[in-house]
Ligand binder design. Structure first.
Ligand SMILES: [Zn+2]
Length: 196
């Protein structure tokens, strides 16, 4: 999800933290602002008073020349230039994973994703039509990669529209990322269908 540290998002980090801690089914959130990790740092700081009941996964959605790419599990921005290869290498060296968000909604990587060694495909994006999400599902199958869901929430009322169920042995960033990579995940929509 995004915070107001993304130029196109409105979510106040404090309101975001209050909202996720008010939802008993939420166990982990990934903060993936556009091209900055400042929102993640702010959310992590604000979440400290809750004594770690919810895992805050560091992330960032980076704009490459070819499309968006999400890195999870890194604590600092990759060194530039932000090419898809560089981001994948930087993230892997830090035991993070890369996810292709909304591959068929601009600015998505689309079929170009097949050229890269990414770890997962976002097959259910909360701000993408069901048709384009279905295409993403097909891409994940074709690449034999796990499919995850991302609310892609830019405002508070877009939270919890879709989510990813992850099977983990313990609630740690390492365990969650490992399970995503291994495909122990399920993308779930809280709506009967996404109409737009
Ligand atoms: Zn995006």
């Amino acid at each position: 999800m995004h915070t107001a540290y993304s130029a196109d998002a409105l979510t106040n980090p404090k309101a975001l933290v209050e909202s996720i801690y008010a939802n008993p089914s939420v166990k982990a959130v990934a903060i993936t602002d556009h091209n900055t990790m400042d929102g993640y740092y702010k959310v992590r700081k604000l979440a400290e008073v809750y004594k770690g009941e919810i895992l805050i996964i560091p992330g960032v959605e980076l704009r490459t020349q070819l499309g968006d790419l999400i890195a999870l599990g890194i604590e600092e921005l990759p060194v530039k230039p932000w090419t898809v290869e560089n981001i994948i290498d930087f993230t892997r060296e830090r035991e993070g994973i890369t996810v292709v968000p909304h591959p068929y909604r601009a600015p998505g990587l689309g079929d170009l994703a097949t050229n890269y060694n990414v770890d997962a495909i976002e097959v259910l994006n909360g701000s993408t039509s069901s048709f384009l999400n279905e295409m993403a599902e097909k891409l994940a199958k074709a690449m034999n990669l796990p499919g995850v869901a991302g609310s892609d929430a830019h405002t508070l009322n877009q939270l919890f529209t879709v989510y990813t169920e992850v099977e983990v042995s313990d609630l740690s960033i390492h365990a969650v990322l490992k399970s995503i990579k291994n495909g122990a995940v399920r993308a779930v929509s809280t709506r009967d269908s996404i109409h737009f």
